[in-house]
Design a protein around this ligand. Structure first.
Ligand SMILES: NC(=O)c1ccc[n+]([C@@H]2O[C@H](COP(=O)([O-])OP(=O)(O)OC[C@H]3O[C@@H](n4cnc5c(N)ncnc54)[C@H](O)[C@@H]3O)[C@@H](O)[C@H]2O)c1
Length: 326
């Protein structure tokens, strides 16, 4: 069995690799080559949520499972708020063949979902980005945004100033690599002012920005919320976005309060959602039609993304002799 840790993953897999992995995962899912039931969430006595995310991708073929927790208080203990492990099975024997650091894999595949959506939906001449949230997921969200668009400036906002400052330090080498000015924003309004690409990756239960202030032509990635009672997006932007895409209909319609809250209040309907990213990639629906449209992508994540990226990392690690045999 191979153990593949965070450093191994980073050594052999780039953000562009992750974006291409997600692209394939979305297509396989939409073509019916993947079976990924909606995750089972266990609410652990008010401490956090532990989710079990099994999946089968028949094309490879590969069965695996991600065990992922969301423990917001972990940050204070110096631990990731979303720790995860991915287990992969051997197709011929059914035995476990790999254990991967799911924390980094999740960060990469989730950043890559936004990267892919931004590449497909944002205006090509986008210059300004806005990033909400500076936790464990934020770095790869920024990395993905910069991988797909030549932005000149990204404004970052977090309601915790100390976390924002720490992120500015952490992201400085990335900013230098891409030649972009990454600036701390003093407020949510300052962050979205004139922004062409907006990504929210927070643990907020309430909207993170004022939808009325979003620039015409902007593209939004909403990443943070995965429970029906929370929302990072306000009702205005959800009801006024011109085109809306999601990562997985079944999962989003079970978990995304951004839509489920306004639906329960009779102010939004599922028909307003144009399609999954897989539908868009397969040409079953069309993306941006006009540079002035506001596009929105909501992701909650689903197991196919994890199984596909874990499979690709494992195959590459095995071929390169990377990782630790246990
Ligand atoms: N869509 C997916 O596939 C996917 C995958 C992984 C994680 N997530 C979700 O993404 C979220 C973020 O994960 P993380 O590991 O970065 O969490 P984290 O706890 O490390 O960081 C969250 C950050 O959000 C900030 N924040 C909270 N409310 C805010 C607000 N209103 N405005 C600005 N900043 C705010 C917090 O101060 C904190 O710094 C979690 O809810 C997690 O479950 C989604």
């Amino acid at each position: 069995m191979l153990y593949i840790d965070e450093a191994d993953i980073r050594k052999i897999f780039t953000m562009r690799d992750a974006i291409e992995s997600d692209r394939e995962a979305f297509i396989l899912q939409s073509q019916g080559f993947a079976d990924a039931p909606v995750r089972t969430n266990f609410n652990v006595e008010g401490r956090g949520i532990t989710s079990l995310m099994p999946g089968y991708v028949s094309k490879f073929p590969r069965v695996g499972i991600k065990i992922v927790s969301t423990y917001p208080q972990n940050a204070a203990k110096g631990l990731p708020a979303v720790p995860a492990t991915v287990l992969l099975c051997d197709a011929d024997t059914g035995e476990l063949c790999a254990v991967l650091d799911g924390t980094e894999l999740t960060r990469m595949r989730t950043g890559a979902v936004s990267g892919l959506a931004t590449e497909l939906l944002s205006n090509e001449n986008a210059e300004t980005g806005a990033l909400f949230g500076t936790g464990g997921q934020a770095f790869t969200q920024l990395e993905a945004m910069l991988t797909v668009r030549s932005l000149k400036e990204v404004r970052v906002f977090d309601k915790e100033r100390s976390r924002l400052d720490a992120f500015m330090e952490r992201s400085a080498p990335l900013a230098e690599k891409f030649g972009v000015a990454v600036k701390a924003a003093a407020s949510s309004d300052e962050a979205i002012d004139n922004a062409d690409v907006i990504t929210t990756v927070t643990t907020s239960a309430l909207p993170t920005f004022d939808g009325r202030k979003v620039k015409k032509g902007a593209h939004i990635n909403a990443v943070g919320v995965f429970t029906p009672d929370k929302r990072e997006l306000d009702e205005y932007i959800v009801t006024h976005a011109d085109r809306i895409f999601i990562d997985n209909r079944e999962a989003v319609m079970s978990e995304a309060g951004d839509f489920l809250i306004p639906i329960s209040e009779g102010r939004f309907s599922e028909e307003r959602i144009n399609g999954e990213l897989g539908d868009l990639l397969l040409g079953r629906c069309c993306g941006r039609k006009d540079p002035a449209e506001i596009t929105l992508m909501k992701t909650v994540g689903f197991a196919t993304l994890d199984i596909v990226i874990a499979h690709k990392v494992y195959e590459k690690a095995a071929a390169l002799g990377c990782g630790r045999k246990i």
